[in-house]
Ligand binder design. Structure first.
Ligand code: XBP
Ligand code: MG
Length: 254
């Protein structure tokens, strides 16, 4: 079946947003609210096991802060903190914040020229996706993506496959016609459960994750002057960038 669409995760895949973006925004929201919650770089790596910001805050309190007495309206507090965190995060991106990862713009532009359809499947809040696309790609980059599946639009976040089912249904394509791009084990599990061939580009938080079953695991998508390294997967005949030709080859070999 021919390749019709590329489906991208956002955080960690399009851009390295977690350590210097989301983490910083969470801490600012906690500090604004007078809470002594501080997520350092290492702790945040552990907290990333739980996807979704509201879910992550609840997990932090349950797992790491037995000393914290939850107020009766804890759910309201989580919602308020999360809204504040989203404001901090989108403002960080607006201030020149976080660039695309290597090879992302190159591949998106090649795909657009070739008439390939593009979509997004992420657990993050829709406002965060919009801010990243506008500031890191171009003011009209939202229109590059035919479907943007994000945040609470599905009840179960990754590693559940629901967000991928949501996107596939709206694209009106089968999983065999698409390829997913992810950076984390939770993302890979979600894509795999939806039966999607998956390309992994690791980052510092996800380098040690279990990526068994991925079509290929790369350090990044590669640029002509900055070749990717294959961390696991099939040999790619001297290629240095993941382009549409290599993607098609990987699917045929799968
Ligand atoms: C990304 C996330 C996101 C962000 C926070 O997972 O888990 O949680 O850290 O986003 P994936 P919100 O890349 O696998 O989609 O705070 O907006 O929920
Ligand atoms: Mg991710």
């Amino acid at each position: 079946m021919s390749l019709e669409a590329l489906i991208f995760d956002v955080d960690g895949t399009l851009a390295d947003t977690e350590r210097d973006g989301h983490r910083v925004a969470f801490n600012r929201a906690f500090s604004d609210a007078g809470l002594d919650w501080r997520w350092d770089v290492d702790l945040y790596g552990q907290l990333l096991a739980v996807t979704g910001g509201k879910e992550r805050m609840r997990h932090y309190v349950d797992r790491y802060r037995p000393d914290y007495a939850k107020p009766a309206d804890f759910d309201v507090l989580v919602t308020r903190l999360h809204a504040a965190k989203t404001r901090h995060y989108t403002s960080l991106l607006g201030h020149g914040g976080i660039p695309l990862r290597p090879g992302v713009r190159r591949l998106l532009e090649e795909a657009r020229k070739a008439g390939m359809r593009l979509a997004i499947a992420t657990t993050t809040t829709p406002d965060n996706v919009t801010a990243l696309l506008r500031h890191a790609i171009s003011p009209e980059a939202e229109s590059w993506f035919e479907v943007i599946g994000a945040g609470d639009v599905v009840a179960a976040k990754k590693p559940a496959p629901d967000i991928y089912y949501y996107v596939l249904e709206r694209l009106r394509l089968s999983s065999a016609q698409c390829v997913a791009f992810e950076d984390s084990e939770n993302g890979l599990r979600a894509a795999q459960a939806a039966d999607l061939a998956t390309i992994i580009t690791v980052n510092d938080y996800t380098r040690t994750h279990d990526f068994s079953g991925a079509a290929i695991v790369l350090d990044q998508l590669g640029e002509p002057d900055r070749p990717f390294q294959v961390l696991s997967g099939r040999a790619v005949n001297g290629a240095s960038c993941l382009d549409l030709g290599l993607l098609r080859q990987l699917r045929t070999n799968a």
